[in-house]
Design a protein around this ligand. Structure first.
Ligand code: NDP
Length: 282
């Protein structure tokens, strides 16, 4: 049986540490780190994510500013809100919940957030720093995965790693972080030929494609470490990952469950980035 990699357990531990650090920061500086989260429109999934971020901030003592704007908000209005938050000293981190309504260009919005307050690490300047080194922030989901691998003593160095999915928020930065830790990485996507031959030779396999239970037992190596990033809601209401857990779990050495695996770590890393931003802005 595989060991379960519990994001719930690790994130509780990391959040306790962040809460301690926020307390010391407040004592030393008289300031409380602040995170502004902007939600445009009323997408139900986004509303849940924003609420969870708010709760997590409160839990560790970070001040949370929730800004809810109507679907009809124009790009110009949103840019003005960001300018105001960039200039607001109480706000150390700014996050715009994606996806945005179709009439707003996401790139334009992300590029307007000050790189110093870009706690999602999506701004091109921060992405560039991840590629060439010397970064302050790492994107939350891949950073959370590295934290999980460290906690469960998975040595990345020299290992054969496969990342399935090449999004800007998960797959691509994940490949970079594994490379930074001296993994030998293959980044796969929808055009990859013979995906199974690549995934089944990986010691560490990260799957982030958004396809329910896509990765089956024949696609994994015996004893591999499997990280399932996917969050998919089935018609019957069940929440499943991108990995067919029941058949893959007996074959591998360690695996993340869904829910309770990668998910809780993503918000935890956001809290960590907000504290880092507050320290850097002193
Ligand atoms: P995107 O939809 O942005 O990207 C999906 C990627 O998967 C693309 O690169 C696509 O390839 C690739 N892909 C799709 N189908 C296949 C296939 N059959 N074989 C190989 N590759 C394929 O996804 P995200 O990265 O935003 O999200 C992925 C999943 O992770 C979703 O379920 C999402 O909900 C979840 N997620 C979870 C988070 C968490 O905190 N746990 C955080 C962020 C996301 P191509 O580029 O060629 O189109």
């Amino acid at each position: 049986m595989a060991e379960l990699i519990s994001g719930k357990v690790v994130s509780e531990k990391v959040r306790l540490q962040i809460a301690e650090d926020v307390k010391s920061f407040a004592k030393e500086t008289g300031k409380v780190p602040g995170l502004a989260v902007i939600l445009v429109g009323n997408d139900p999934a986004s509303s849940v994510y924003v609420r969870n971020k708010h709760k997590a901030c409160l839990q560790v003592g970070i001040t949370s500013y929730q800004i809810e704007l109507p679907e009809s908000t124009t790009e110009e209005e949103l840019l003005e809100r960001i300018d105001a938050l960039n200039a607001d000293e109480k706000v150390n981190g700014i996050l715009v919940q994606l996806p945005l309504p179709k009439h707003i260009l996401e790139d334009k919005i992300i590029n307007r957030i000050s790189p110093k307050k870009d706690v999602d690490a999506f701004h091109p300047e921060n992405v560039g720093r991840i590629v060439i080194g010397g970064y302050d922030f790492l994107p939350c989901t891949p950073a959370g995965i590295v934290e999980l691998l460290d906690h469960y003593k998975v040595d990345i160095s020299g290992k054969s790693c496969a990342v399935v999915g090449r999004s800007n928020i998960v797959g691509k930065p994940m490949a970079l972080l594994l490379t930074e830790r001296n993994g030998t990485v293959t980044l796969c996507h929808s055009r990859t030929k013979d995906l199974a031959s690549i995934t089944s030779s990986a010691d560490i396999l990260v799957v982030a494609i958004g396809k329910p239970e896509f990765l089956t037992a024949n696609m994994v190596k015996e004893g591999a470490v499997v990280i399932d990033v996917g969050i998919n809601r089935l018609a019957d209401g069940r929440l499943v990952g991108d990995v067919k857990f029941d058949e893959v779990e007996p074959k591998v050495s360690k695996i993340t469950p869904v829910p309770g695996g990668v998910g809780p770590m993503t918000i935890t890393m956001l809290l960590k980035n907000t504290l880092t931003a507050a320290k850097k802005q002193l």
